[in-house]
Design a protein around this ligand. Structure first.
Ligand code: FES
Ligand code: FES
Length: 157
């Protein structure tokens, strides 16, 4: 099966895709985009979070055939060349990255939240990130990072 779709604004084509293959596999193994991480492969950890037509999803749960003609956004699309996005910079500045395995998924999920809700409450941040597991940080630095990104985005920092 051939799949045509758009990733981070660029048309992409994957050939010889097996019907049961996941979007995560296609991104990582066929398109050379390893930013989306594979930790659980069953929708439990959020490390593979991408956007599909503007909605955050677990790429490990999306069948490759489902993305035909659609728009996927990955962590590789957040930075503008060498310039990190506000959310990426905030994660660095707040010290919210340790081993980094969860970070790509958190960045995509937090970006999706702030695109939809510029000044989220702590409860809204926790709800948005509830599907993204981190084994390292204890989450407080991650909360700090999203608050910082929100303040910067709205011009309050
Ligand atoms: S690898 Fe997709 S949710 Fe864990
Ligand atoms: S920084 Fe290690 S899992 Fe989150």
């Amino acid at each position: 099966m051939r799949v045509n779709f758009t990733v981070n604004g660029r048309a992409q084509q994957a050939d010889n895709v097996w019907e049961g293959e996941s979007l995560l596999y296609v991104l990582r193994e066929r398109l050379g985009l390893p930013g989306s991480k594979n930790a659980c492969e069953q929708g439990e950890c959020g490390s593979c979070t991408v956007t599909l037509d503007g909605v955050a999803v677990c790429a490990c749960l999306v069948a490759a055939g489902q993305v035909e003609g659609r728009e996927v956004g990955t962590v590789e699309g957040l930075a503008d060349g060498d310039r990190l996005s506000d959310v990426q910079q905030a994660f660095l500045d707040a010290g919210a990255v340790q081993c980094g395995f969860c970070t790509p998924g958190l960045l995509v999920q937090a970006t999706d939240l702030l695109d939809k809700q510029a000044e989220p409450s702590d409860v809204e941040i926790r709800e948005a990130l509830a599907g993204n597991l981190c084994r390292c940080t204890g989450y407080e630095k991650i909360m700090d990072a999203v608050r910082l990104a929100a303040r910067r985005k709205s011009g309050h920092a």
